[in-house]
Design a protein. Sequence first.
Length: 166
Amino acid sequence: MKADISRKTLQELLDYDPDTGAFRWKVSVSNVKAGTMAGVKRNGEYETIGINSTYYQAHRLAWLHFYGEWPDGIIDHINRDKSDNRISNLRIVTRAENMANSKLNKRNISGINGVTFNKASAYRWKVQVTTNGKQHYLGHFFTISAAKEAIERFHKLGVRDLDKKE
């Protein structure tokens, strides 16, 4: 999605502090005074800022404000904190990279993405990783440490090398 706001307009309306990720209004807008913090969390998700009856995700505005161009693609919060819009915490990624940096499912008891507990199996820990839309079954393991090692080997080896061996 391309923004219908320019960097010039954004910088006329808002100050952005790249070290804190905070936006402040430069001008008074309706009932908001200049100097007031801009942005609100909607539905517990990303912080949004309303400009001229359009809501923008604050992390995308941070990218535009800092780099001068609307981000082409997905912006990932490196530390997984959706409210941390410091420019050093933002990067453009592919969908696969974004999914790899996602939070663990609240039901995940292993603490490791791709590792699940299987009560029905003698080998309790199942390891399965999805990259670029393709699932890679790495096996079942007796211990969580062995499952973790399998994940680490997978990431070290790389998907391309793994695909050659399959």
